[in-house]
Design a protein around this ligand. Structure first.
Ligand code: SAM
Length: 289
């Protein structure tokens, strides 16, 4: 800590100064408890020499915990003008390590913001958590790890096993390309204002072998068809995308339903779909996925 940092206003003082009350339209539920923010940073693993992007730093509670870690650089991406003013003030205390980017995270390729090794640590805006995650999953090993807070139901969907209530498209795609583990549950009362539901932090670590962009698209197509009509048998649900050939090629009984298929079975269907549609097959073996 340098001399200047001794004069850093407290989180509460900063929030009052910039009159930063939470806006629903921006999915804002602030996490202001320094202990919980420290615990989340600890769950992100060893940040030494890593570049960390925080999506939606807001008032900066999690950001302050990140600034106290050994991360090399911290880059905050935020859209809220009031929060941006507050963050620019915080930045004056950490001019070398902390950068603020004013941008919609959905419209920005975050990998362009810093060199690898890079991680994302974020308490995500509730309304856009899923599309943000899907975009980062497509980027595979560009990321060493994602430590993300979602509404608990979304976190459960990401990590669900076959034949369970929450197993669906997001579970298949996420667990196909990454190891996904819920590492912490956080009650509504920890947030300002409290959301209606529990939240959960997930650690997502991309696997060493990643599908090509074409295979990823094939998986999106197959899972959309299969889970689009999840009550239907697969032979019906996959009819419009050549289900009969796919199912016999993968040796899967067409009377089964999507929620019973393992990730490996979906992987086989996606590869067959990719081959049937003439994509090039420069792919890792299925055994590692
Ligand atoms: C759930 S709040 C978390 C705030 C803060 N990190 C915390 O934990 O207290 C989500 C944050 O994401 C920001 N946000 C909302 N939409 C965004 C977008 N499209 N791109 C970047 N940030 C966004 C909000 O302004 C808000 O600061």
């Amino acid at each position: 800590m340098n001399l200047h940092q001794n004069q850093l206003p407290s989180l509460k003082e900063s929030i009052n100064k910039y009159n930063l009350h939470a806006k629903k339209s921006l999915g804002q539920h602030f996490l202001l408890d320094p202990m919980i923010n420290q615990q989340i940073i600890a769950l992100a693993g060893d940040l030494t020499d890593k570049n960390v992007i925080e999506v939606g730093p807001g008032p900066g509670g999690l950001t302050r915990a990140l600034l106290g870690s050994h991360a090399q650089k911290i880059i905050g991406v935020e859209v809220d003008q009031r929060a941006l003013q507050l963050l620019h003030e915080l930045q004056t205390y950490y001019p070398k390590r902390f950068t603020i980017v004013e941008h919609d995270a959905l419209k920005l390729d975050l990998t362009t913001l810093c060199e690898a090794p890079r991680q994302i640590v974020a308490n995500l805006p509730y309304n856009i958590g899923t599309p943000l995650l899907l975009g980062w999953l497509r980027q595979g090993q560009q990321w060493s790890r994602l430590t993300l807070m979602f509404q608990q139901e979304v976190a459960e969907r990401v990590c669900a096993a076959p034949n369970t209530e929450f197993y669906g498209r997001l579970s298949v795609i996420a667990q196909w390309v990454a190891q996904c583990v819920i590492v912490k549950h956080i009650p509504p009362g920890a947030f300002t204002p409290p959301p209606k539901v529990y939240s959960a932090v997930i650690n997502i670590i991309p696997k060493a072998e990643q599908p090509s962009a074409d295979l990823f698209k094939a998986m999106e197509k197959v899972t959309a068809a299969a889970f689009g009509q999840r009550r239907k048998m697969l032979k019906g649900a996959l009819k419009n995308i050549g289900g009969e050939v796919l199912l016999s090629g993968a040796n899967i009984d067409g009377t089964r339903r999507a929620e019973t298929l393992t990730i490996l079975e979906f992987d086989q269907l996606a590869r067959l779909y990719q081959q049937m549609n003439g994509y090039e097959s420069n792919l890792p073996s299925t055994s590692n996925i």
